[in-house]
Design a protein around this ligand. Structure first.
Ligand code: ADP
Length: 521
């Protein structure tokens, strides 16, 4: 009797110890391993299996002792039979467990199955097989059931933890791969994490940035709107906060770690503790450099176009008003000269309007319609040079074409527009005069026309941008020279519509050569 009591006390102690061990652990696979070990030891078994219910209701083996991995699939299939819906079918349970035991080892005689249930929800089944048969007393059963209850709590907690952990990793992956920059700050604006996009925007790696004050990483070259530190000092997010605290918008030019500059817009959103204290700040960062450039371009566009429209309109109005004066009798020559100015300026307006229409069409359809015909480029160039040489006395034109220059397929009028633009630029941007050479080269597949001046030239940065819509080099010469920044943009579009390409070779102060290459076919 004493011995039995002693055994019972030891069994309880063991159970307690095991329960503590399994409930202290949160990782599901480790919890299952401990539960299964304890069950096999307690029941004096040789083989153990835990099968858990998946979110789709099916049961899958998640931990084993004494089972070859090749057998797991068969056990999975067998055990599907023992559940009808949510409930355990005890008849087929008995039958299937017998079959599984025979499959695993002929010596296994007695299977034990303990349902793992938490708050009435079936979580899974704990199965132990042993090679001897022993009848369990009601006391034994009570101990086992209480163990199963503890195990179910541990499994339930571990599953919850697994789900939360999964959700946490999912959120982290979303943040990490978001195209927007994301930064998490503590209440003192110290960086807790930054994502890949923000690493790219700031030039800071997450390893270097984490732990620093956000002002070390977000260093403003020019702050245009808002200021996080100042807002925090002024009581943000609680100042003026009614129900939900407001987010804070900050915008400016960032000095990146690599010395480059980019424009950023940051929305800081506060997260509060349940007691209403500021716990975390989530910063959503957007690179608005392109947006700013587009805005700038729009402003430039409006000022350039209005200037370019105003000049001919003023000239036309002035000359027409002069001619209309009733107090003067104009002689024939004055009338002819003034009318010529009016006509020239009207032509200039027509070209400008045409360029604007083509540009807006290009933006809408991305390609240009061409009227293809045979074009003799050498002759087209010679005529253009003839026209332009009457407009300047300080430039000397030189033609350089090989004999029998081939005929190409092209849109004569559009190609003339390209040549006119290149020649007019060569004149405009070599204000001290000098030679302007226009030549041609041929190979098997293509012809190349070049226009070479010895003018002001272009920096590498400007060379990259002069084919952009409305782009004009920002210098004194451009400011006093008429132009819209559309000429080269349209020239490139026209040449590309022909299947050709444009390139430039230039150095500041050394002049520029523009090359136009067109396919022969
Ligand atoms: P624009 O109407 O201003 O001349 P373009 O598109 O033809 O417009 O040229 C864009 C800019 O490229 C010009 O404003 C000028 O700054 C620069 N550019 C064009 N051609 C030359 C050249 N031959 N030499 C130096 N700069 C040039």
């Amino acid at each position: 009797m004493l011995m039995l009591l002693d055994f019972r006390v030891r069994q309880r102690d063991f159970l307690l110890e095991i329960s503590r061990a399994i409930t202290a652990q949160l990782e599901l696979s480790e919890v299952l391993r401990r539960v299964l070990n304890a069950s096999v030891v307690m029941l004096g078994g040789q083989v153990g299996v835990i099968t858990l219910r998946d979110s789709d209701g099916s049961y899958r083996v998640r931990a084993t002792i004494g089972v070859e991995s090749a057998r797991v699939q068969t056990i999975n299939e067998r055990l599907q039979q023992i559940f009808t819906g949510e409930a355990l079918d005890y008849d087929s349970l008995h039958e299937e467990l017998g079959a599984v035991a025979a499959l695993l080892d002929k010596r296994l005689k007695q299977p034990f199955a303990l349902p793992l249930v938490f708050a009435g929800e079936p979580l899974g089944l704990l199965i132990v097989f042993r090679s001897h048969v022993a009848t369990a007393t009601p006391d034994d059963m009570q101990v086992l059931e209480s163990f199963a209850d503890q195990a179910a709590i541990a499994v339930h907690n571990a599953q919850l933890y697994e789900r939360i952990d999964h959700e946490r990793r999912r959120l982290a992956a979303i943040l990490q791969h978001s195209a927007d920059g994301v930064m998490i700050l503590d209440a003192q604006a110290r960086i807790l994490s930054i994502n890949h996009a923000l690493e790219r925007m700031t030039g800071w790696s997450a390893t270097d940035a984490v732990g620093r004050d956000q002002d070390d990483v977000i260093t403003w070259k020019k702050l245009e709107r808002g200021d996080l530190k100042k807002a925090l000092d002024d009581g943000w997010p609680f100042k003026n906060a009614a129900d939900a605290p407001d987010s804070l918008y900050v915008e400016g030019d960032l000095l990146r770690r690599d010395g480059l500059t980019s424009s950023l817009g940051i929305v800081y959103s506060p997260l509060l503790t349940t007691e209403g204290r500021l716990s975390t700040i989530v910063a959503n960062v957007r690179d608005i450099t392109n947006f700013r450039q587009a805005q700038e371009m729009q402003n430039t566009f409006i000022s350039t176009i209005s200037h370019e429209l105003k000049t001919p309109v003023a000239l036309i109005k002035g000359h027409a008003a002069t001619l209309r004066r009733e107090d003067v009798e104009w002689d024939h020559e004055v009338v002819r000269d003034y009318s010529a100015v009016i006509e020239d300026e009207a032509d200039r307006l027509a070209v400008l309007i045409d360029d604007l229409l083509t540009t807006s069409k290009l933006q809408a359809q991305r390609s240009l319609e061409l009227n293809l015909d045979d074009v003799r480029l050498d002759q087209l160039v010679a005529r253009a040079v003839e026209r332009f040489s009457t407009q300047t006395t300080i430039h000397q034109f030189k033609l350089n074409f090989p004999p029998d220059f081939p005929v190409v397929q092209g849109d004569q009028q559009r190609l003339r527009q390209v040549l006119d633009n290149l020649l007019s630029n060569a004149i405009k941007y070599s204000p001290d005069g000098g030679p302007i050479e226009v030549g041609g080269m041929v190979d098997d597949k293509q012809v190349t026309i070049y226009v070479r001046d010895q003018g002001v030239g272009l920096t590498e940065g400007d060379q990259d941008r002069i084919f952009e819509r409305f782009y004009r080099v920002d210098d004194a010469l451009s400011r006093r020279t008429q132009g819209t920044g559309l000429g080269l943009f349209l020239a490139k579009a026209i040449i590309e519509a022909h299947g050709g390409s444009m390139r430039i070779d230039s150095q500041p102060g050394q002049g520029s050569t523009f090359y136009v290459t067109l396919p022969l076919q």
